[in-house]
Design a protein around this ligand. Structure first.
Ligand code: PLP
Length: 386
């Protein structure tokens, strides 16, 4: 069998790989405190689950429009108008997960040799998708004094734009740093990208998960006017990872191409999942406040415990559900992560997987109950030298 040359650029996902390692240990009966997982440990709320079941009972089990069902597109438009985006249903497509949405977007933008400017450190999947398509991720540091800050240099973004640049990509709140990029920074990025006619792809999958009263705002913007492409989904905000539902918001002409891409790939997201998502968007959100309050408490516990470890340092991240502590000058994150797993039964993801500036850091998720966070951090303190 002769394989395509792009297979050589296909990489395993380090975050999914970390979970596989843990599964093997658990199968041997070893108790692992899990800080590697990038998904809510909360179950999908009942009213959303019931809406999915009702949809199946009513026979909504057929293909839908490649764009998604009209009611869901309407509900998303109302939801997004609330945050200041000017859009209508022709700007929206739903996918079976935002990951395939990202793949679709970059398939339309990236040619071999072209460049996408991204934050560093950043979720490894972006780089993998861009490289798989033959493109080159060009990294700009989100960093100040060893702490993730969301305060990257706009000048650096501008400086890195070349004739080969096809997009600028921002993830806020950011995986792995939890940093929130403020709306005035996004506005400036939109000005830069607008003046160069380069789309700004904004991944807002963690936008509902912010703390300390910080709101993940974006500037008022008419999608049809410009070159903003928003990608997001239901996985984190509504604790719906396994349902697989994401969406993009983009100018109509680009959206039409995304629809054609979907027609030729996944056809549409699952029909009944779309009805569950409709209940998520239109139903009560009180449960979300409780979930976020719990994440904030867990974050406080985890940050406090991290800063008790000799040589480790972490400022409180303001969004998502990850801490990204600095673990000491010159520490090799892959070895450290493996040592913590094998010798302390604590899982994490090595910072090196998230980019050049990720080395000497670990990604620790607080999608774990508070007592387990305390237990895991104690195990680390007991293992590491003072
Ligand atoms: N974007 C970011 C930054 C993520 O961390 C993830 C998942 O971890 C995704 C997108 C993909 O989410 P999904 O495909 O579940 O919608």
């Amino acid at each position: 069998m002769e394989l395509s040359s792009s297979v050589n650029r296909l990489k395993p996902s380090p975050t999914i790989g970390a979970s596989e390692e843990v599964r093997k240990l658990k199968a041997k009966g070893i108790d692992v405190v899990r800080f590697d997982i990038g998904e809510p440990d909360f179950d999908t709320p009942d009213h959303i689950r019931m809406a999915g079941i009702e949809a199946i009972k009513k026979g909504f089990t057929h293909y839908t429009s490649a764009r998604g069902i009209p009611e869901l597109r309407e509900a998303l438009v109302s939801d997004q108008k609330r945050i200041g985006l000017g859009l209508d249903t022709s700007n929206v497509v739903f996918y079976p997960g935002s990951k395939i949405g990202l793949f679709s977007i970059f398939s339309l933008l990236v040619d071999p040799g072209s460049e996408v400017i991204i934050q560093d450190p950043l979720w490894p999947t972006y780089g993998s998708i861009i490289e798989y398509l033959g493109g080159i991720p060009v990294r700009v540091g989100d960093w100040s004094d060893q702490s993730p800050s969301g305060v990257f240099s706009l000048e650096e973004f501008e400086r890195k734009i070349s004739s080969k640049t096809r997009a600028i990509l921002i993830n806020s709140p950011c995986n792995p740093t939890g940093a929130v990029v403020t709306d005035d920074k996004i506005e400036e990025l939109l000005e830069i990208s607008g003046s160069k006619q380069i789309p700004l792809v904004l991944d807002r999958i963690y936008s509902a998960l912010t703390y300390d009263g910080v709101e993940d705002k974006i500037p008022a913007y008419d999608v049809e006017d410009g070159n903003l492409i928003v990608i997001s989904g239901f996985s984190k905000e509504f604790a719906m990872t396994g349902w697989r539902l994401g969406y993009s918001i983009a100018p109509k002409s680009f959206t039409n191409l995304l629809v054609e891409f979907q027609e030729n790939t996944t056809t549409c997201p699952s029909s009944f999942v779309q009805y569950a998502a409709l209940a998520a968007l239109t139903g009560a959100r009180d449960w979300q406040k409780k979930m976020n309050a719990e994440y904030e408490e867990r974050r406080n516990v985890m940050v406090g415990e991290i800063n008790r470890i000799h040589g480790w340092k972490c400022a409180p991240p303001q969004g998502a559900f990850y801490c990204f502590p600095f673990t000491g000058n010159g520490s090799d994150s892959v070895s450290l992560s493996s040592k913590l797993l094998l010798q302390a039964g604590v899982s994490s993801v090595a910072g090196a997987f998230f980019g050049e500036r990720g080395e000497s850091h670990l990604r620790l998720s607080y999608t774990t109950p508070r007592d387990r966070i305390v237990e895991g951090m104690k195990r680390i303190r007991d293992l590491l030298p003072l």
